[in-house]
Design a protein around this ligand. Structure first.
Ligand SMILES: [Fe+2]
Ligand SMILES: [Fe+2]
Length: 375
């Protein structure tokens, strides 16, 4: 029988995968466009609004006149990269997020990376992440997650990105970045290897590890860092785990959250933006407004109890669409330090949660509930 040009779906997939990964090794722009074009076709077929770039949003109101201009930042979080030869799906997802951010017009002032860049803290995973993030056209502010840290206790991460705890000022707003995944030593007495320690931390509900904390040292640093600020100063805190107690069995929890909140209490408005929970999550505790970020890798289900009342829930993702429930987002920071956040959900319409919704304790500007199928 004559052999034609037929190639099986598997062969074609493997060839395309190889080409994309080779291009990525050369930091080739075409690799990024390839991901964008492939995903654009899928979402266009589903009739989704403006899927590939962010929605323009209102960035000023009369009440703010004379108090400085709001500005936008973008976020990308929880990419959980394996070595690219093991899992190219998560690699493609992070590339898609980089493309999304590069397509924002006007460009954001900077990007926050929300932690868990790697899956098991391995040098090749972190190097791969750093290589992909280098394609961002605007500066990126890095935050560490537990998956980045517990193989070598942050050595490689610090080499690539610097100290995990720092602060900076941008357009009149004070930003603080914390390492909120500090755990008590559960490994020495058990004689665990570095990889056993890493895998224990990566298994959120294994019951062996201790809870995340910010810890005494960073809390003392935070107090000192904030000392110079007036109570009316706009303040945004980035943490990987939520700085409140949501659900301990899954480590959706920071054990010294009460102490951290006490340090933040004297400020009129505080915004905390966190990763780790991989879902749409919104909370308010007194003066502190909390915003969870989406993951580019997978969405977690909601915790079986303790879901904050203000959370605008997303319906359960489609199990047959690997990027459903994932995405990235943009945050408009207002001069008072409160934010509007936009969840740029891939393959779904975006969801905007305005600061007035939190400020009014959910009585104003409540986002519409999702009408998508629940699986
Ligand atoms: Fe994560
Ligand atoms: Fe995490």
């Amino acid at each position: 029988m004559p052999r034609g040009p037929f190639k099986s779906v598997e062969t074609k997939y493997m060839e395309e995968r190889e080409a994309a990964l080779t291009a990525l090794g050369r930091l080739d722009r075409r690799a990024f466009l390839k991901v964008s074009l492939a995903t654009a076709g899928v979402v266009a077929a589903q009739g989704i609004v403006n899927p590939q770039s962010f929605q323009p949003i209102r960035v000023a109101s009369a009440a703010e006149a004379g108090k400085g201009e709001p500005f936008r930042i973008a976020y990308i979080s929880d990419s959980h990269l394996y070595d690219r030869t093991i899992n190219d799906r998560f690699v493609n997802s992070l590339m898609r997020a980089v493309d999304d951010v590069n397509a924002m017009s006007p460009a954001p002032d900077f990007v926050l990376y929300g932690g868990d860049l790697a899956q098991l803290g391995q040098a090749r995973e972190l190097d791969l992440g750093a290589q992909i993030l280098k394609n961002l056209k605007v500066p990126v502010r890095m935050m560490v997650g537990e998956h980045d840290w517990y193989l070598d206790m942050g050595e490689k991460w610090r080499d690539l990105f610097g100290p995990p705890t720092y602060s900076f000022d941008h357009k009149g707003v004070h930003f603080v970045v914390l390492n909120s995944v500090v755990e008590k030593d559960f490994w020495t007495a058990r004689k665990l290897t570095p990889m056993q320690r890493m895998k224990t931390v990566a298994g959120l509900d294994n019951g062996m590890q201790s809870s995340f904390t910010v810890g005494d040292e960073q809390r003392a640093w935070l107090k000192k860092d904030l000392e110079k600020l007036a109570p009316t100063a706009p303040l945004v805190v980035f943490s990987h785990s939520p700085l409140y107690k949501l659900y301990k069995p899954w480590n959706f929890w920071t054990d010294d959250a009460d102490e951290v909140q006490a340090i933040l209490k004297r400020f009129k408005n505080v915004t905390v933006i966190h990763g780790h929970t991989h879902q749409m999550l919104t909370n308010r505790i007194g003066n502190i407004h909390f915003h969870g970020m989406l993951s580019t890798a997978w969405p977690w289900p909601y915790a079986p109890q303790g879901l904050p009342e203000l959370t605008v829930q997303m319906s359960r993702p489609d199990p047959f669409d690997p990027q459903d429930g994932c995405g990235d987002g943009q945050i408009t920071v207002h001069p008072d330090g409160l934010v509007d956040k936009l969840y740029n959900l891939w393959n779904r319409n975006p969801v905007n949660v305005e600061r007035s919704y939190l400020a009014s304790k959910g009585t104003r500007n409540k986002p519409a509930a999702s009408t998508l199928t629940r699986y």
